[in-house]
Design a binder for this molecule. Structure first.
Ligand SMILES: [Zn+2]
Length: 720
């Protein structure tokens, strides 16, 4: 999916297969410290200024066959104001004097980084130099065996895709001695605004002598083997790896800053440590493949913004094909590119095209990229200095989960995400490390889709949130595990849920049903449904009181032979939801994996329950309501002098499988937006349709007709 992926990752394999428990990636207070930084630190002025990025990642043959003028013309036409250019690392694209800095094979006397950089400066663009240190040349290997990564059985690691090269060790001299020299030289010669490091953190676990010695000195352990199952060792490795990456990041960042005080190093991936206060956040999710839903790029944007505060967030995209096959020299269909980029832009990404190879083999991507960028530039002011007005937030769990829990948590998150998109409820994401009152105050409802791991401190924060009038909707194993991954005897949030865990989880449950019990709003829309499907995982719980609940269980009965597919238990008193008022707040808890089963089965009845739960908990109208056909992802933003409602058309016969071949417009829609207090609309424009909108005022609401959406319509309201 990303530029950083590919190759083997021993560390990931270990992490996925080894550690039985979960552990916090970061101490909570560290992240809050990052957020407590003064607002003037929240992004350097230039980083905030650059709205449209282009990345040209050179290939070794580019010096002989690329046309720089093509790029300068494209940057002008697209109003790109930021560029990321390959400079050095494994390959130098300038005449480097650092010993063993491998010059690109056909560089000769050229300086293509320098030439492109100069041309971009003349266009007034901001420049980030790209370095990629993951491959090692044979010449460097001959001199420095100690720069190479080694396999578990002591062999130097050849590059998996280019076997004349080797793979670098992330903990040895290449990263800690050679690369700082490269960064210093590039900064001294060209003064780029910053650096972007691709594959900077190694290519999985390395068993070289440097790694063995350093790990033993730091932890007393031998490096874990690939079949290692000792928790203590794998945990120690993960912790040590984090410390090494932090040391590497600070060395590189400080090296750059020593020459250019306002410069910085931005690592691609593998750096969730918020002490790395990077002024521009670049998220590398270049496209989708297989069954990835079309809203996924918007989700990446929300996730990134949930931990990046006010900093600008750019979303990388690629015109070529994505993982797992990476055909980068051809192009995807324009509707697919367009839909992916708009999915991200609607939720806060600035576009960042990532082009491998500076020569253009297949030019069919050019018109669609021009179209996207030109449109973005024309409506630039609606994408700047924005504040999101959503009142609902989906909690994102930052823990590294063990094998048994990971898919349950991930699928539940996608399930509730899908339900909220289908329901057109505007929502944000909240990081579980940021559950303090200052972060949560703007939200009316927090959704916890099987957030299995929560520490006591996090549970206390959620309790305080509800007591103060907040509302939560939780499913399944939420709060059933502590921060080490250990299962608790009872839910951490049992007092809010109104039930205790009875010690048993049934899974997989076949042919079990739910009985909706109207007229509670939770089962609105199911008044005529005496029996709807239940879920695959069900938790045994003991209710705290006998209050009747609107959803009860019909226990599992045979689904074969057909003659046995019946039950006399048509109603039970086993509650499968707890809807409660707690303090000034409300809580809905489903003792089953409703969101995960929804992700798997996509039952419309489950969609109703998931939507009704949020609406009953909120007990207030959503700030945005959209009626009309199909699947539409929505967002509601406010800028200094305007409001913008984003509507992304995700209705497509190919939505459920694979890429878009054509854009099928949908409509008509009626958009009802609640105006923030005190604002006065002056004009309402539809930006995709390029026409004034028909609208009327109804108290504090603005009701706008949107005749059709092709890809991404914006209802832009300019304020008096
Ligand atoms: Zn090593």
């Amino acid at each position: 999916m990303a530029e950083m992926q590919g190759g083997t990752s021993r560390r990931d394999t270990l992490k996925l297969g080894g550690a039985a428990g979960a552990f916090a990636l970061l101490p909570l207070e560290t992240l809050q410290h990052a957020f407590a930084m003064p607002s003037e630190m929240a992004g350097l002025p230039w980083a905030n200024r650059a709205m449209r990025w282009m990345q040209v990642a050179f290939t070794e043959d580019n010096p002989i066959d690329y046309d720089p003028q093509f790029w300068f013309d494209l940057f002008k036409r697209t109003h790109a104001d930021g560029v990321c250019l390959s400079a050095g690392g494994s390959f130098a694209f300038y005449p480097s004097k650092v010993p063993l800095h491998h010059r690109a094979k056909y560089l000769g006397d050229h300086d293509i980084y320098g030439d492109m950089s100069k041309g971009c400066r003349a266009l007034g663009m901001n420049i980030i130099a790209r370095v990629d240190p993951h491959a090692l040349s044979p010449e460097a290997f001959a001199v420095h065996h100690d720069w190479c990564a080694y396999t578990e059985d002591g062999k130097p690691r050849r590059h998996w895709a280019a076997p004349d090269l080797y793979v670098t060790c992330q903990n040895g001299g290449f990263m800690f001695d050679f690369m700082p020299k490269v960064l210093k030289e590039i900064t001294t010669l060209y003064a780029p605004d910053g650096f972007f490091g691709n594959r900077w953190a190694g290519s999985g676990m390395c068993w070289c002598n440097v790694c063995r010695t350093k790990f033993r000195a730091a932890t007393g352990f031998d490096l874990p083997r690939s079949d290692e199952h000792d928790d203590a060792v794998t945990r120690a490795y993960d912790e040590w790896d984090k410390q090494m990456r932090w040391a590497q990041y600070t060395l590189w960042n400080d090296t750059v800053k020593a020459v250019k005080p306002d410069g910085f190093f931005c690592p691609n991936g593998h750096m969730s440590d918020p002490r790395a206060f990077i002024p521009l956040v670049a998220i590398d999710r270049q496209g989708r493949s297989g069954l990835t839903p079309p809203w996924m790029n918007g989700k990446y944007a929300k996730q990134a913004r949930s931990v990046s505060g006010d900093r600008p967030v750019a979303g990388l995209f690629n015109v070529g094909y994505e993982e797992p096959y990476r055909w980068k020299d051809s192009v995807q269909a324009s509707p697919e590119i367009e839909s992916w980029v708009h999915s991200g832009m609607a939720q806060g990404f600035r576009p960042w095209m990532c082009k491998f190879d500076a020569k253009v083999i297949d030019p069919r991507w050019v018109p669609v990229v021009e179209k996207i960028y030109e449109w973005h530039w024309r409506h630039d002011k609606y994408f700047r200095d924005t504040e999101n007005l959503a009142r609902v937030a989906l909690v994102n769990s930052s823990y590294a989960y063990a094998d048994d829990l990971r898919p349950k948590v991930a699928d539940a998150q996608n399930g509730y995400y899908q339900a909220l998109v289908e329901s057109r409820i505007p929502f944000e994401m909240v990081d579980d490390r940021l559950l303090d009152p200052a972060q949560l105050a703007r939200y009316r409802v927090l959704v916890l889709p099987n957030i299995a791991v929560l520490s006591d401190a996090q549970c206390a924060q959620l309790r305080a949130y509800v007591k103060a009038g907040g509302r939560i909707v939780a499913t399944g194993e939420t709060s059933l595990h502590d921060e080490t991954g250990k299962r608790r005897a009872n839910f951490g949030l049992a007092d809010l849920f109104g039930c205790d865990f009875a010690g048993k989880i049934d899974e997989p449950v076949h042919n079990s049903y739910l009985t909706p019990r109207p007229p509670h709003p939770l089962v609105r829309g199911l008044e005529n449904a005496p029996r709807i499907i239940a879920t695959v995982e069900q938790l045994h719980v003991t209710p705290h009181d006998k209050a009747p609940q609107p959803l009860t269980l019909i226990p599992s009965y045979p689904d074969l032979p057909m003659e046995r597919v019946y039950t006399f238990v048509t109603k039970s008193d086993i509650s499968m939801v707890f809807c409660r008022e707690v303090g000034k707040g409300r809580v809905v808890y489903f003792p089953m994996d409703l969101a995960r089963t929804f992700w798997e089965v996509l039952s419309g009845d489950h969609l109703l329950l998931l939507r009704n739960a949020v609406e009953w908990a909120a007990d207030e109208p959503q700030p945005l309501n959209v009626t009309g056909p199909g699947l539409v992802d929505v967002a509601y933003w406010r800028q200094k002098e305007s409001l913008a409602v984003h509507l992304v058309n995700m209705t497509n016969p190919m939505t459920m499988k694979g890429p878009y071949r054509e854009i099928l417009p949908a409509g008509p829609y009626v958009v009802t937006m609640t105006l923030p207090p005190g604002v006065k609309p002056a004009s309402v424009t539809l930006l995709e349709s390029s026409q004034p909108a028909k609208y009327r005022r109804d108290g504090d609401r603005l009701i706008v007709d949107v005749p059709r959406i092709a890809v991404h319509e914006i209802v832009a309201v300019d304020l008096v």
